[in-house]
Design a protein around this ligand. Structure first.
Ligand code: NAD
Ligand code: UDP
Length: 313
């Protein structure tokens, strides 16, 4: 047995549940800590059968203490409608969640990985985005609770590393999708697939010409694990994402075609501060731990559609 004990905060969420499953297949002891703000019991119910898996219901804003070798700090709502639902809680989750993960890491000299985000770059003026870009972020807009919370968390991670030599890893995740997304998540891929499968209108915000780069969740989880296994001198931040870049109109066409749906496109107002373009420069991840995504958007969408067909009524 692999003796490692690994804590995953936000483990009942979309990405967290995949990470829990993957680490259990590697025979690690996995502790999933979550307050179910957006996470769901159904994402992890099957894992409960595994004696190496345990679940703690807890809010990361409050301290917690138990032994761990590694921490993946994922707890934080990630979808704009959900992180804007209680923006103060989102900000506190990022900041206090980071502090509590870092303090636990210091207690056991555990490695701690922060799930940061491409939102660090805001509405970017540099394209594609390398880690050296400082970003173009509004401090007071409706996305700021998330963007500035995540930026503050990165600051805390780097300062803990400089002040206490904490064994940190920061990954900046670009739009990730796949099975276990909540049909009510509100992000573009889940919205389009659910709308297409139900024959409802596909909601395009703005002109639909804004771009995103979509990474399938299995590729992302592989990137997490490779980053965690790097030496202590590798702190990041490191971008993790799929450099394929698509407009929302192109995405809608793919979803309509793969679902054989007759849904119509409807155009709705673009939300405030919605980034116009986004594409990761992944040179650093390739160089540091030989990582690049393997799953194309077409293949990933087909897998995700299979999942949504099973879960929506
Ligand atoms: P998600 O909303 O499905 O998962 C987040 C999980 O965190 C949920 O289980 C939720 O209940 C839990 N959580 C939220 N607040 C909490 C709190 N105060 N205490 C304990 N648990 C709490 O989102 P996801 O897509 O799985 O994202 C996981 C992480 O990855 C997040 O930190 C997110 O910011 C980051 N990220 C995701 C993406 C993406 O495209 N999916 C992109 C960039 C960054
Ligand atoms: N979007 C859209 N229709 C939807 C949901 C989102 O056109 O039903 C757009 C949104 O305005 C943004 C892009 O799709 O330009 C990606 O949105 P998402 O919320 O998935 O992620 P983020 O904006 O955080 O990258």
């Amino acid at each position: 047995m692999n003796e490692k004990t690994i804590l995953i905060t936000g483990g009942a969420g979309f990405i967290g549940s995949h990470l829990c499953r993957r680490l259990l297949t590697e025979n690690c002891r996995v502790i999933c800590l979550d307050n179910y703000f957006t996470g769901r019991e159904c994402n992890i119910s099957e894992l409960r059968k595994n004696s190496l898996f345990s679940i703690i219901s807890h809010d990361v804003e409050l301290p917690y203490s138990f032994y761990t070798d590694e921490i993946y700090n994922l707890a934080c709502p990630a979808s704009p409608p959900h992180y804007q639902r209680n923006p103060i809680a989102t900000f506190k989750t990022s900041i206090f969640g980071a502090l509590n993960a870092l303090n636990l890491s210091n207690k056991w000299n555990a490695k701690v990985l922060q799930a940061s985000t491409s939102e660090i770059y805001g509405d970017p003026l540099v394209h594609p985005q390398p880690e050296t870009y400082w970003g173009h972020v509004n401090a007071t807009g409706i996305r700021s609770c998330y963007d500035e919370g995540k930026r503050g968390a990165e600051t805390l991670f780097m300062d803990y590393h400089r002040q206490f030599n904490t064994r940190i890893k920061i990954v900046r995740i670009f739009n990730t999708y796949g099975p276990n997304m909540n049909p009510d998540d509100g992000r573009v891929i889940s919205n389009f697939i659910v709308q297409a499968l139900k024959g409802e209108d596909i909601t395009i915000y703005g002109s639909g010409k804004q771009t995103r780069s979509f990474c399938y969740v299995d590729d992302l989880v592989e990137g997490f694990i490779r980053m965690m296994s790097t030496s202590n001198s590798v702190t990041g931040p490191v971008n993790l994402g799929n450099p394929g870049e698509f407009t929302m109109l192109e995405l809608a066409e793919k979803v309509l075609s793969f679902t054989n749906s007759k849904s119509k496109l409807v155009f709705m107002p673009l939300p405030q501060d919605d980034p116009k373009q986004r594409k990761p420069d992944i040179t650093k991840a390739k160089h540091l731990f030989d990582w690049q995504p393997k799953i194309s958007l077409d293949d990933g969408l087909k897998e995700t559609i299979k999942y949504f067909k099973k879960v929506i009524k």
